[in-house]
Design a binder for this molecule. Structure first.
Ligand SMILES: *Cc1c(COP(=O)(O)O)cnc(C)c1O
Ligand SMILES: [Zn+2]
Length: 399
């Protein structure tokens, strides 16, 4: 599996010879139909690199990498959880794909694992969030150097979390958005696994393989996910196309993407009816992991939505904060605000009857909330109490 192709113009390149297509669009790995099949029923063999756990390496035949030993073997294989407590009477059945159970707490481990399984030597990334944490951890697990380029305003608490894994951490002054393109230069001696790099997209497509395999022989009516760079959305679209091309699914689920209203370039392009995404000027949002004003795979994400008859939604700041709280309080699932936009989108799609009560929707809950400080809410109020008063207070609650 060594060919990269452009979804937009069809041009093809061998791996390592081009970072983007000459038409300007991102590339992804070509997959032969013969490689695509549902894996056997026995993922639990102790010959596998991961056992007692069903990882993304279940789909090794459609990946441009071999399963490495170590942390990468724990990526993927996440639970898909029907969650009636957050469903509404007129809304669809909601199935949450809990990506927070990946080794570093987000779906980014899927792309990192495939990158680590393919390239030798040092790796790097342009990120101060989940991707930085993931690349730093997987580099540590394989005894290699990691270069992490963070933005100038990255909080120290965030840096400390990444620094645990001993990467080379650089706080970069200057245009952080353009830095992504600087790192595509093949002469750096470090392979940058950025948000929408072909290896990362290949890893991230496995989330849709897992969802479709869980629903087989049917597919869910829709898949809803947050979008920032467009890397994960590209991976989901790619997986669905591969499965259809190989005859394993008949119809593509509709792909719905959700953004924070304060930084929503892809949603704006969608509403304009455009096929190209223009950069926007963003405002600060609590959804920090999806705050990309100039997404490198924005056009491709938009193409995924058009191809599958989905939509792109903008979620208001108050709504995404309230939804973060609702998931924790009503489903027991702590998420970042960046994830809550997706379930908030399900609510809005139900209200507008675009998702019906006879439908199944899979929502990608992209990362765990336990890594981030939770927003303060009223119910955070803690009561001070003397030890002797505890039994009476507890009995009061029960009565
Ligand atoms: C990176 C990230 C996203 C966005 O993914 P893209 O591939 O950049 O579109 C969404 N949610 C979380 C928690 C993330 O870390
Ligand atoms: Zn092209």
């Amino acid at each position: 599996m060594d060919r990269l192709v452009c979804y937009n113009c069809g041009a093809s390149y061998s791996f390592g010879t081009a970072a983007r297509c000459t038409c300007g669009e991102p590339l992804w790995f070509e997959t032969d139909d013969e490689a695509v099949s549902w894996p056997g029923a026995d993922p639990g063999s102790t010959d596998a690199v991961s056992y007692g756990h069903d990882s993304l390496w279940r789909y090794e035949s459609v990946l441009p990498a071999v399963a490495p030993v170590g942390l990468a073997a724990a990526a993927g294989g996440t639970p898909l959880l029907r969650t009636p407590s957050i469903e509404t009477a007129d809304g669809p059945r909601v199935h949450l794909k809990l990506e927070g159970t990946n080794p570093t707490g987000s779906f980014k481990d899927r792309g990192t694992a495939v990158g680590i399984g393919r390239v030798d030597g040092p790796v790097g990334t342009v990120s101060h969030g989940n991707m930085a944490l993931s690349v730093a951890a997987h580099a540590a697990a394989t005894d290699r150097e990691a270069v992490i380029l963070v933005a100038e305003d990255t909080p120290d608490s965030r840096l400390a979390m990444i620094a645990q894994h001993d990467p080379h951490l650089f706080r970069v002054r200057g245009d952080y958005g353009r830095l992504y393109y600087d790192t595509l230069d093949g002469d750096l001696g470090v392979t940058f696994l950025n948000s929408d790099s072909p290896l990362r997209v290949a890893g991230q497509k496995t989330v849709a393989y897992e969802i479709c395999e869980a629903f087989r022989p049917e597919v869910p009516d829709a898949i809803v996910l947050p979008v920032s760079s467009g890397g994960q959305a590209s991976g989901v679209w790619k997986a669905l196309r591969e499965l259809r091309s190989a005859g394993l699914i008949a119809d593509l689920p509709r792909i719905y993407l959700a953004q924070a209203a304060r930084c929503d370039p892809i949603a704006q392009a969608y509403r304009r009816g455009a096929s190209r995404v223009d950069p926007v000027t963003d405002e600060p949002t609590a959804a920090v992991s999806i705050n990309n004003a100039d997404p490198p795979s924005g056009n491709r994400a938009l193409a995924a939505v058009h191809d599958t008859n989905g939509a792109v939604l903008s979620i208001a700041e108050e709504t995404l904060l309230a939804e973060t709280k609702r998931l924790a309080a009503e489903a027991g699932i702590a998420v970042e605000p960046s994830c809550a936009v997706a379930t908030a989108a399900v609510q809005e799609l139900s209200e507008s009857t675009e998702l019906g009560s006879d439908e199944d929707v899979a929502v990608i809950v992209t990362g765990s909330g336990y890594k981030y400080e939770s927003p303060e809410t009223e119910s955070t109020a803690v009561r001070e109490i003397d030890r002797g008063d505890v039994p009476a207070a507890v009995r009061d609650l029960a009565s």
